[in-house]
Design a protein. Sequence first.
Length: 234
Amino acid sequence: MGRPVTGGQHQDETLPTAVLMASGGLDSTVLAYWLLSRGVSFRCLFLDYGQHCANTELATLREILPAAERTKVHVARVGTLLEASPSRLVREADLWLDRVVASDLIIPYRNLLFLSAGSAYAASIGAQTLYSAFINSNHALEIDATREFLDGVTKLFGKVGGVRLEMPFRDMTKTEVARIGLSLGAPIAKTYSCQVSSTVHCGSCPNCVDRIEALLAAAATEAEAANGVTASVT
């Protein structure tokens, strides 16, 4: 069972027009900066579902958000629902002793739980839109991460409760999202999204591998652009 998340709730009284599902990971961090660049008023919702890295994720989220947004993070705790789960997302592996495979990192209905909880929270504060940073991932093994499911739940949520589900990065790769992050000045190198370790990136899980590849590719693109500018000036 993951450790209880520490930290208080938001203190602001201004109700936003949208809610962002945020975890301190690369995709949701970039989406936060993307929304801010477009003048969208939103509140971050962090879901503690019993994940072993909950404290690290929340601390990271509060560190990398712009200062004005840090006090607006709402923490919802639903960890008791999944405390019996054998998933390595909940039961932390010993990186020296345990062998972890992709199937160990699945929690059935996790994304459905996220989106349902996010929509319910949005409705409760009068927000019309729920933003989620789903991307076009090669590692999405869960049935509730498929395009068919996400398209279906988007249509369903649009008909029930009045909260619209938006996923602006749904057709993008993590590298494309990282490039957007760099263009917006988002601190993507400080993000955290390891599936196996609760405190440091293991460097081997699917999330870590995708994150590292995206950071390197985005940095290379930025360097190439900078060199092009330098060459044209000289």
